[in-house]
Design a protein around this ligand. Structure first.
Ligand code: AMP
Length: 397
């Protein structure tokens, strides 16, 4: 999917009230933000609008309050962090489309920013309710979507405002960057084009694998999904996570890879554990068959070296999903080795959100990557070649 959407620079924002959908769904622990990446990534768009004399009404969801007001998911910590990052006051409205929010929006002056309370405090948000979308739109004259992490959802504040609100709708810098980098990689990649896919299940990544089999030169497989391929190839998998009902699917992928002449790499050695537990007994086996009573929890050292070699010569690398249970130190070596190889490759490197992005950030490699996506689900759907409703609804150039 390639998009050519109007951005904030293609529209006159001066003197206008601008509703900006951001993805401020940041991780919190005891009410404290543990990673402000998504807020930081939204700042260029907000700054541009403020510097160009717009009055900026920000909105976002946070967590899963299931359509009810639940102050565990208030955006108050986000408003405080925005105030710090922008160096100017960002007041939080006590609700999303209530009288108080509308009054604050009406009184907002150009050069000022405010934040509406969590859009998911109202069940009409996720239902993409036209009336809710119109109420949101009524506060502004322009709609900017910059919430890449929520762009795969057709909700009232992502797609609804553009669909039903009657406002000019354009994208912000973050969405522009995400679709620009990933779109170029998929439509015109610098070769060799290597995709690294890991994570728990083949079924979660099947559409991505299928789409990438038409575009990539090499596909590297790691994580739990490797064991479904092992089983499909007749190897034993012990008690590894394995989708026994997806073996035909896995065989189909292996055949397509052969037909398309895609170099399809599976682990040749493994780190295995007795139980699915952080402190379980573990060992390395120099084989692609897992003994009875053991489960594969990470790729082995030889595999790490083989994968690193393939990554070393790449022109473009797209990576989504860990190579093992990377949350647990004993099974993080494979994911860490791949992160290092991608960082040192000099390739155009795109890291899908979620666990792989977390690993790259934790290891301090984020700056070495061309792009670390802010959206796990959204980047996956983009890589599947699916249309993202939060982007499709914006005005074309
Ligand atoms: P995903 O969300 O599909 O990218 O999957 C990420 C999850 O896959 C992480 O929570 C990992 O712990 C898990 N995972 C990776 N490798 C394995 C494995 N070999 N066995 C079980 N779970 C795994």
């Amino acid at each position: 999917m390639t998009y050519n959407k109007k951005s904030i620079e293609d529209i006159n924002v001066s003197g206008k009230k601008v509703l900006v959908r951001c993805d401020f769904n940041v991780p919190l622990k005891d009410g404290v933000i543990t990673s402000d990446k998504r807020i930081v990534e939204a700042i260029p768009t907000i700054k541009y609008l403020l510097d160009n004399n717009a009055a900026v009404i920000l909105c976002s969801h946070m967590g899963k309050p299931k359509g009810e007001v639940n102050m565990k998911y208030t955006l108050a910590p986000v408003a405080a962090r925005l105030t710090e990052l922008l160096g100017q006051d960002v007041k939080l409205a006590p609700n999303t489309i209530g009288d108080e929010a509308k009054k604050m929006a009406a009184e907002l002056k150009c050069g000022q920013a405010m934040l509406l309370e969590n859009t998911r405090f109202d069940k009409r948000e996720e239902a993409n309710d036209p009336e809710f979308a119109k109420e949101l739109a009524s506060m502004a004259e322009i709609f900017v979507n910059d919430a890449f992490g929520a762009a795969h959802r057709a909700h009232a504040s992502t797609a609804g405002v553009a669909m039903y609100g009657g406002l000019p709708a354009v994208c912000g810098y973050l969405i522009q960057k995400e679709i620009g980098v990933m779109g170029k990689a998929l439509s015109d990649p610098k070769r060799p084009f290597v995709a690294i896919l890991g994570g728990a299940k083949v079924s979660d990544k099947i559409n991505v694998i299928n789409n990438l089999l038409d575009k990539c030169d090499t596909i590297i497989i790691g994580g739990g999904m490797a064991y479904t391929f092992f089983k499909a190839l007749g190897s034993s998998v012990g008690t590894s996570i394995c989708e026994y009902d997806k073996l035909d699917l896995a065989k189909g992928i292996l055949e397509k890879a052969k037909a398309n002449k895609v170099n399809f790499l599976l682990p040749v050695d493994n780190t295995i554990g007795r139980e699915y537990k952080e402190d379980t007994t573990f060992m390395r086996i120099y084989s692609d068959s897992i003994p009875d009573g053991w489960m594969g929890l990470d790729i082995g050292k030889t595999t790490q070296e083989l994968y690193a070699k393939s990554i070393e010569g790449a022109g473009t690398v797209v990576w989504n999903g860990p190579m093992g249970v990377s949350e647990w130190p004993n099974f993080a070596a494979g994911t860490n080795a791949v992160a290092k190889a991608v960082a040192e490759s000099g390739a155009i490197s795109i890291i899908g959100g979620g666990d792989s992005a977390a690993a790259v950030e934790k290891l301090g490699y984020a700056d070495k990557m061309t792009h670390v996506s802010t959206g796990g689900g959204a980047s996956l759907e983009f890589l599947e070649g699916k249309e993202l409703p939060g982007i499709a609804c914006l005005q074309d150039k």
